[in-house]
Design a protein around this ligand. Structure first.
Ligand SMILES: Cc1cc2nc3c(=O)[nH]c(=O)nc-3n(C[C@H](O)[C@H](O)[C@H](O)COP(=O)(O)OP(=O)(O)OC[C@H]3O[C@@H](n4cnc5c(N)ncnc54)[C@H](O)[C@@H]3O)c2cc1C
Length: 476
């Protein structure tokens, strides 16, 4: 009788929908385990349009664990901040403060820098594993999670042992997990983003101050608007993030990062901000301007269906505070690398993806609740109004590789108790050459349950405003 081998010696074939931060990071993590990875990205070319991204220690350590050259990320530490509040009558209040790196380890980069660092890591050809295949202009429009098939809008299809939905906030894959059709919603805040080269600002006396001192950020507040100006790209660029309320924005409910934005709208909304801010906005190149709604979604029941797992924004869209949206995508990638370790038996794939889902969901929900609560009130007061010790320990000090390895180890114990009774050496759950940094803090993390209550103190700012179907759903 012919028996089907349960382990594929050539590694699993893993298909990934989406070739942005989450998709690339997952490809790197799975290549390290010897799997054949194929990425399918809907965009015609790898896109490097994007603006500022906050990088906190859990994101940086995840990048290191993935083997990404963190120097290439060119993250700049924010050391000082000037906060300016302008009233309607023109009265202005200014406060300057230093930012203690231990208390608030704030680094800033740009989406293009992060994307390129990951892109280069994907293209490294060495003993790290099989070549990663990248297919552009491939838009997944239907999924067969049981058989591991992506169907593309050009009529073609691809089949894998595992399929990963890394297709972002408007994910197609999400609707194929049980309960996956719950609607995402927009918070009432929208955000204009842009990046301006240092030399452009240095030339104008009105804007030169933004690049005078390395690591200096500025935050302006006027009524319901907040403008954050942060250094990035080894201080060679400045990122602009302008948050405003857009109660009338019924259009573009699936707005993509690459869609054009209106500079006229930006200049109209800028009214009331000091003149140096207007001068700064004038220097934004129209094609570099991004105007995005901020998407959020209640937690999914599961990130998994049969042979498919969701990751990143496809699994858990959340407001972009403290860089945790990106950090969570990088952590998911590490977790998938642990779960789908080298030599994983084919008949364990579904159970392992289920374990990935339950373990990651617990953390993602806790982090999502926190980022919702932080809101931009935090921008005004560098997060002194919440439990920063727990934030440091549970969120920033997290090591996902260790976390998922422990979960997998326990799962193996319950699944194969005989292996452990016979005192076999523990199964190796990760086998790449990257050094694992230890979390700096020796303190124990609070339990996820306790954590859920942290950050709820300023929950007003995440009121739901619009559902994607277009009906206003004003809630708390
Ligand atoms: C071009 C771009 C610029 C960005 N700029 C910023 C920024 O400046 N600041 C910030 O905070 N965040 C930015 N983001 C979002 C940020 O990358 C994510 O919030 C976070 O990193 C989680 O990443 P993700 O890979 O899960 O989702 P995303 O980064 O949103 O990536 C999803 C990817 O999947 C692709 N995709 C979607 N649907 C399909 C489909 N059906 N078939 C195939 N491919 C599909 C998309 O084209 C995209 O490349 C940007 C994203 C993109 C795509």
């Amino acid at each position: 009788m012919i028996t089907t081998p349960t382990v594929k010696p050539e590694g699993l074939t893993v298909l990934i929908a989406g070739g942005s931060i989450g998709g690339l990071a997952t490809a790197i993590a799975l290549r390290a385990q010897g799997h054949q990875v194929k990425i399918y990205e809907q965009a015609l070319t790898p896109e490097t349009k994007g603006a500022g991204i906050t990088v906190f220690p859990n994101a940086l350590s995840a990048l290191r664990m993935l083997g990404v050259d963190t120097k290439a990320v060119q993250a700049t530490r924010v050391k000082h901040i000037t906060r300016v509040t302008t009233e309607d009558d023109g009265e202005t209040d200014m406060v300057e403060s230093d930012i203690d790196e231990k208390a608030w380890p704030w680094h800033h980069t740009t989406y293009p820098d992060l994307f390129v660092a990951l892109w280069e890591a994907v293209h490294v050809t060495s003993k790290l594993g099989p070549k990663i295949e990248i297919n552009t202009s491939k838009s997944v429009f239907r999924v067969d999670a049981t058989r591991g098939i992506f169907y593309f809008s050009d009529g073609s299809e691809a089949r894998g042992d595992v399929i990963i939905g890394a297709d972002g906030v408007h994910s197609v894959c999400r609707s194929y997990v049980p309960g996956g059709s719950i609607p995402r919603f927009r918070i009432k805040r929208h955000v204009f983003r842009a990046v301006i080269p240092r030399e452009t600002l240095a030339k104008d006396p009105k804007t030169a101050k933004y690049v005078e001192h390395d690591g200096h950020a500025y935050c302006y507040n006027h009524n319901d608007k907040s403008l954050l100006i942060t250094p990035a790209s080894n201080s060679q660029k400045v990122c602009v993030k302008f948050l405003y309320e857009d109660r009338m924005a019924f259009k573009n409910l699936s707005k993509d990062w690459r869609d054009p934005s209106s500079k006229t709208k930006l200049m109209r909304l800028a009214k009331g901000l000091p003149e140096e801010c207007i001068a700064l906005f004038e220097k934004i190149c129209d094609s570099d301007l991004q105007d995005q709604p901020i998407w959020d979604m209640d937690p999914l029941t599961t990130f998994q269906s049969h042979r498919m797992a969701l990751m990143g924004d496809a699994a858990h869209p959340m407001p972009p505070y403290c860089g945790q949206r990106i950090a969570m995508a990088l952590e998911d990638a590490l977790a998938l690398g642990v779960i789908l370790e080298r030599g994983v038996p084919n008949d364990e794939i579904e159970d392992r993806l289920r374990l990935y889902s339950t373990t990651r969901k617990q953390r993602a929900v806790a982090v999502q609740q926190t980022t919702r609560g932080l809101s931009e009130a935090d921008m005004r007061n560098v997060a002194t109004d919440f439990d920063s010790a727990s934030f440091h320990t549970y969120i920033l000090g997290h090591n996902e590789r260790e976390h998922m390895s422990q979960a997998l180890s326990l799962w193996k114990r319950s699944r194969h108790p005989e292996d452990f009774q016979q005192r076999k050496p523990p199964l190796q759950v990760w086998a790449d050459p990257v050094e694992v940094p230890r979390p700096s803090s020796g303190r124990r993390s609070p339990s996820p349950k306790k954590w859920l209550s942290i950050g709820r103190r300023t929950s007003q700012a995440w009121s739901r405003v619009f559902s994607p179907k277009g009906s206003p759903v004003m809630a708390t």
